[in-house]
Design a protein around this ligand. Structure first.
Ligand code: ACO
Length: 402
């Protein structure tokens, strides 16, 4: 590891690294990834163990505080989050200002950004207590905000949080309960939702987290920073990939058409890529994808879906890609987005909601990373350099002489 900051001070030299492929932007104690081995740890704990044994709020506590909670700490944390699940009633008017066919991610960018206007009493970032209140507010209100975006999208009345339910149950309830009908959340589906949230909770310095850190480095308030992260997450190369992966599986349609798409993915003159394959850091199987695959099967079994053509295409595509020279050589394995789309569709979400669910779950990672940055005494405003490739100095020419 080269300390570029001191190298720059001594020599004036700086590095050119488009896409930050080999440049660390910060020190962090939150998440560790070994991309070659396919390992993901949060505060040292393997993702497999967290997803198997704990719930999402336990993972939130771990990311925020650095340790797993005791029983009393967990009960207190759950209570604090639950107390903040409601949003200010005036926020309803904010939703109504959007076109009813607006993409829910467009709504999310606006509504989360506007939280700083509703909760400006927790925007003093110099006060540790206010930082924690803003963090709790974000974790607590994101399911409500996301469910409201969904209800607005499908034209149904908003459903208020039910605080005797777990985090995932409450979210499913706010999305799928309708007036005058009994809605009971299936424990298997709630557990699957919980696992999806845990798997997406943090992933070190990906594009959206780096965006949150960069926005936060100027001292911007946490709600504005999270809105910036949501905007970045929306891109199809990042959080939009599960929506794109499901669309791709539907476009392929049947197992016999897979070779045609594999050929397209390999053709350098064709911009097509197999969505849900490849990762900047994992050059091995994404550990989250394995858990996601298992969760997909559990959800389909619970819902009695025996023959899902999309799942058939996905399983066969994975099999072929894992034995294909091109994919082996380039170390392209399925990432989490490959299976999450099928699961979310089975749970009843339209594809337009997929990235919203990712944003909901990633909020804790963003806010934990933001807090870590603010609390780091060596923190500076993020200010990348550039290699200027434009015109050299030249003289102004008056408009009648051009
Ligand atoms: N299908 C076909 N070829 C691919 C794919 C793919 N999905 N991904 C990478 N490649 C090829 C590239 O064409 C490139 O080939 P080359 O060496 O001949 O030029 C090589 O593999 C390396 O690809 P890069 O784009 O340099 O890898 P990078 O690390 O920049 O990109 C990314 C990673 C963006 C995830 C890429 O693999 C991709 O576009 N995948 C599809 C989108 C996707 O699933 N995104 C989700 C990411 S995970 C997340 O956000 C939760």
């Amino acid at each position: 590891v080269i300390d570029i900051a001191s190298l720059y001070k001594q020599t004036g030299a700086f590095t050119y690294d488009p896409g930050f492929t080999s440049t660390a932007s910060c020190e962090s104690k939150i998440t560790y990834i070994d991309g070659d081995e396919g390992v993901l740890l949060h505060r040292g704990y393997p993702i497999e163990q967290l997803a198997e044994n704990g719930d999402f709020l336990e993972a939130c506590y771990l990311l925020l505080y650095g340790e797993l909670p005791t029983k009393a700490q967990k009960a207190d944390f759950d209570e604090r989050v639950t107390r903040h699940t409601m949003v200010h009633e005036q926020m309803v008017w904010l939703y109504r200002g959007f076109r009813r066919d607006a993409h829910p991610m467009a709504v999310m960018c606006g509504v989360v950004g506007a939280m700083s206007a509703f909760y400006h009493d927790s925007t003093d970032i110099s006060d540790p207590q206010q930082r924690m209140i803003a963090s709790i507010r974000l974790i607590a209100k994101m399911p409500t905000i996301a469910a409201m975006a969904y209800k607005y999208h499908v034209g149904q009345p908003f459903v208020y949080p039910k605080n005797n339910l777990s985090y995932a149950e409450n979210f499913l309830h706010m999305c799928f309960a309708v007036p005058c009908e009994e809605y009971k959340v299936s424990p298997v589906l709630a557990r699957a939702m919980e696992r999806i949230f845990i798997l997406h909770a943090d992933h070190e310095q990906n594009a959206s987290t780096s965006t949150v850190r960069l926005a936060g480095s100027s001292g911007a308030n946490p709600f504005a920073c999270i809105a910036a992260g949501i905007a970045c997450l929306w891109g199809p190369a990042h959080g939009g990939a599960n929506e794109a992966a499901l669309n791709m599986l539907a476009e392929i349609g049947s197992v016999d058409r897979i070779p045609e798409y594999i050929a397209k993915a390999k053709d350098k003159n064709d911009p097509f890529r197999l969505m849900g394959f490849g990762h900047r850091v994992y050059k091995n199987y994404d550990p989250r994808a394995k858990i996601m695959q298992k969760t997909t099967h559990e959800v389909l079994k619970e819902l009695g879906i025996k023959d899902d053509p999309l799942l058939d295409v996905a399983m066969e595509l994975e099999k072929i890609a894992l034995t294909d020279e091109y994919f082996i050589e380039k170390k392209l394995y399925p990432n989490i987005d490959f299976y999450s789309g099928i699961t979310l569709k089975a749970l009843g979400f339209p594809t337009t909601m997929f990235t919203v669910l990712f944003a909901l779950a990633r909020t804790v990672g963003w806010i934990a990373q933001w807090k870590e940055m603010i609390e780091d005494p060596s923190q500076k405003i993020g200010r990348p350099r550039q290699l200027y490739t434009g015109e050299p100095t030249r003289d102004y020419v008056s408009i009648d002489k051009r």
